[in-house]
Design a protein around this ligand. Structure first.
Ligand code: 5IU
Length: 259
């Protein structure tokens, strides 16, 4: 089954595959900015080149609910999904409140979020109760890109098994390689992708788009390689970098999947 023909596990996952095919982009840009205005301007600049934007909404200093309304408008304008990288890690009851409530009301605007498998199946139950009626999807954290990660192969395998028990809501993984078979339909999203440097001096480890797509990645997640530093942000340069990573990611997909 080719990358383009396969169908994924849920309507949301299929929507993502359609965007990837339509825009010929498997690039997710991670915008780890701390101010609403720079975040929105950066997203508007790279939006045409991405299938997804990843946020860390809790690092925004001047958060106001209008920010997520503006992000949602940009997602419609540029045809991308929003992924809030919340990394939930508590018991089911608590994560359902963290997902639906608080200042950020993540479930109301983020198409995708993610969770650690560590607490056990209850975490998925808690998030699913909130997210499934809203047609949201979950990614489980199966592996991390950082040096010394404690997620060993048996943890990763147990995370895959957990996803299989909840394939109505779990659409895939944050992982460094393919997990499960292509026809199971799980999507693999991989952070720690960079073309110019190998690390950041704080444990991050970068591989190239070619390396991660060879390992089975569907979506490459690139942060500072595209956005640069918020203090010296250059929107034109970021748009150029997004195009560069989009092309590298798409060339790798075409090579690996023979299209
Ligand atoms: N991120 C990782 N590695 C992981 C997971 C998440 O880098 O294993 I899970 C996040 C952290 C940051 C983005 O928001 O992805 C990568 O940003 P840079 O490309 O700037 O390193």
């Amino acid at each position: 089954m080719s990358f383009f023909e396969r169908s994924a596990s849920s309507p949301l996952a299929n929507q993502l595959l359609e965007i990837i095919n339509r825009k010929q982009s498997n690039l997710c840009v991670s915008v780890d900015f701390t101010h609403s205005d720079t975040l929105l301007q950066l997203v508007d600049a790279v939006g045409p080149h991405v299938c997804m934007i990843k946020t860390h909404i809790d690092i925004i200093c001047d958060f106001d609910i209008n920010l997520v309304h503006s992000l949602s408008s940009l997602s419609r304008k540029h045809d991308f999904l929003i992924f809030e990288d919340r990394k939930f890690a508590d018991i089911g009851n608590t994560v359902s409140l963290q997902y639906s409530s608080g200042a950020h009301k993540i479930a109301s605007w983020s198409h995708l979020t993610n969770a650690h498998a560590l607490p056990g199946d209850g975490i998925v139950h808690g998030l699913k109760k909130v997210g499934l009626p809203l047609n949201r999807g979950l990614l489980l954290l199966a592996q991390m890109s950082s040096a010394g990660s404690l997620a060993d192969s048996s943890y990763t395998q147990a995370t895959l098994d957990m996803a299989r028990r909840h394939s109505d809501f779990v659409i895939g993984f944050i992982a460094q390689q393919r997990l499960g078979t292509l026809d199971e339909g799980f999507l693999i999203l991989t952070p720690g992708v960079g073309l110019d440097v190998k690390g950041d001096g704080m444990g991050q480890q970068y591989r190239t788009p070619d390396e991660v797509v060879d390992a089975g990645t569907d979506v490459i997640i690139v942060g500072r390689g595209v956005t640069g530093n918020e203090h010296s942000v250059d929107y034109i340069k970021s748009a150029e970098q997004a195009l560069r990573y989009k092309k590298a990611g798409w060339d790798a997909i075409r090579r690996v999947h023979h299209v």
